[in-house]
Ligand binder design. Structure first.
Ligand SMILES: [Zn+2]
Length: 180
């Protein structure tokens, strides 16, 4: 197992436990080269689960992608990485139990409910973004954009922005202090 940070070949297992649904083993590893820690899972290879998206397309269920969506929605909230991993794993287990195909909305609903048990605000953050989007791909894109777009310009926000989110015409407001 190569270290994802430095590709060093030797890692040490610092923690190992069965995940909540009991169908996989989570190992916390520490790189002997750079000292960074990362997580690996070992699980029985189950049936492939497809996620049917709202646009009609489908893709293979990917627990890492789900985990990424959860982590970004729960960013800065008091939720641990381990809690999110456990949630993602239990959703994955539910998906496998459900059969060969699940709907993206079902995954989203489970994620939302699971997050609500951990931290209601994280669940609201997830829901507020996810509810209006087609699937996790879009959630991912939006949350990334929130994070990447600098807050520069936040000092220019007005109550008009907050009211309906409509763009404010660039020629509105006062020109005091501006160069012609
Ligand atoms: Zn390393």
């Amino acid at each position: 197992m190569l270290c994802p940070f430095c590709s060093f070949e030797s890692t040490r297992v610092v923690d190992s436990r069965l995940t909540e649904p009991g169908d996989s083993i989570r190992r916390r590893r520490e790189c002997a080269g750079c000292g960074n820690r990362f997580t690996t899972y070992e699980r029985v290879e189950g049936p492939v689960v497809s996620v049917l998206k709202r646009d009609g397309s489908s893709e293979r269920f990917d627990v890492q992608k789900l985990l990424g969506g959860l982590a970004r929605a729960a960013g800065k909230r008091p939720v641990t990485e381990a809690q999110l991993e456990e949630l993602a794993e239990s959703i994955a287990a539910a998906a496998r139990r459900a059969g060969s195909e699940v709907r993206a909305e079902q995954i989203g609903d489970l994620a939302e409910r699971g997050l609500a048990r951990l931290d209601p605000v994280a669940a609201i953050q997830f829901a507020s973004v996810y509810r209006d989007l087609a699937d996790l791909d879009e959630l991912d894109a939006v949350v990334r954009r929130f994070k990447e777009e600098p807050l520069a310009g936040a000092d220019q926000l007005t109550f008009e922005d907050a009211a309906d989110g409509a763009p404010v015409p660039s020629d509105s407001g006062s020109n005091i202090g501006r160069s012609p």
